[in-house]
Design a protein around this ligand. Structure first.
Ligand SMILES: Nc1ncnc2c1ncn2[C@@H]1O[C@H](COP(=O)(O)OP(=O)(O)OP(=O)(O)O)[C@@H](O)[C@H]1O
Length: 318
């Protein structure tokens, strides 16, 4: 995986990056507010990269969950995938890391919003949703769920480094990392710190309409530029199946053929689609286990197929 050049905030256009021998010395550096820090600061890769590598050695599959647009159901899909993977095999350990620093929703969706994380000699202990499903989120560190987090890039970077290097997950089969929409500071930080940690790949979540797909194309481009393996795209809320008459209707019309066609065009795997089910919305809002509460939902059938595809893709990596 190519590493992302580390740049402080407010850098000039041709900033050589903080790891470069030219940091603070290049002609582009003159007049930059960071020039002095860069020229005197330690060079070489961020030591956090090695710490993350070491910490995540006990995690078999590390998967980033991405979306181009907000609100397409990325957090919901992350929670559904984690619950389904955990329910499938009690001997496998699954975890969710919520690196959506400004909008952490995993504690609520997974029904553990009132829990707190604890620190021990071996790091932060995640919160356990089930015996084989754990979660870590900045949401657990806020004094109130209504607190706004207004942080600049370097502070978010520090938090992501801590999350990736200091959580004591134990042995894990799957670590799903829920990210904010788009390609922001959090993504660059995660990609940098995971650059030597053998990231399995990314799953991209979208809805079928063109405005969402346009942003997915950018997300695919981001993955290609940062050498992230794309495990596949999941189309969420592709259809609404009426619980009374089973009639299918399109909530977000796929005028351009939807995610599957886009995947074919761009040569990216399509993992499957999930219908919209109001019972899912309710369960997630209330933090209840959707798989146990509505096992007959059409979402479950589709989820099973997606999980099977995802497992195959992960196995192909080894
Ligand atoms: N398949 C689905 N069926 C029913 N409701 C869904 C489904 N997927 C997502 N939702 C609902 O859509 C809303 C948005 O989902 P979610 O918060 O997961 O989106 P997101 O992409 O993570 O948003 P953000 O960009 O804010 O992080 C939530 O109320 C969620 O319960």
């Amino acid at each position: 995986m190519t590493s992302v050049i580390q740049k402080p905030e407010n850098t000039p256009e041709h900033c050589p990056g903080t790891e470069s021998d030219q940091a603070g010395k290049a002609s582009a550096c003159s007049g930059c507010p960071n020039q002095q820090i860069c020229s005197s600061g330690p060079k070489g890769p961020d030591p956090g990269i090695a710490l993350v590598k070491e910490r995540l050695e006990s995690v078999k599959n590390k998967i980033l969950i991405l979306s181009g647009k907000g609100g397409v159901g990325k957090s919901t899909v992350t929670a559904l995938l984690s619950r389904a993977l955990a329910a499938r095999d009690n001997d496998q350990n699954i975890a969710v890391l919520d690196i959506d620093i400004c909008g952490p929703s995993q504690p609520r969706v997974l029904g553990v919003a009132d829990e707190q994380v604890h620190q021990s000699g071996s790091g932060w202990s995640p919160v356990y949703v089930d015996d084989n499903l754990s979660v870590m989120s900045i949401g657990f560190l806020l004094s109130s769920p209504d607190d706004a987090i207004i942080w600049r890039g370097p502070k978010k970077n520090g938090m992501i480094r801590q999350f990736l290097s200091e959580v004591d997950w134990g042995k894990l089969d799957y670590l799903l990392m829920d990210t904010p929409p788009g390609t922001s500071d959090e993504h660059l930080s995660a990609v940098t710190y995971l650059s030597q940690a053998n990231l399995t790949g990314a799953v991209i979540v979208t809805t079928p309409q063109e405005v969402a797909l346009l942003d997915v194309r950018k997300e695919i481009d981001f993955c290609r530029k940062t050498s992230i393996n794309i495990l596949g795209v999941i189309e969420n809320m592709s259809k609404f199946i009426c619980p009374c008459c089973q009639k299918e209707s399109e909530v977000f019309p796929a005028n351009t053929g939807g995610a599957e066609r886009m995947c074919n065009e761009l040569n990216v795997p399509f993992l499957g689609s999930l219908p919209l089910d109001p019972k899912v919305t309710r369960c997630c809002d209330e933090g209840r286990n959707f798989i146990e509460e509505v096992p007959d939902s059409p979402v479950i059938k589709s989820l099973d197929k997606i999980i099977a595809e995802l497992i195959k893709k992960c196995q192909n990596n080894f």
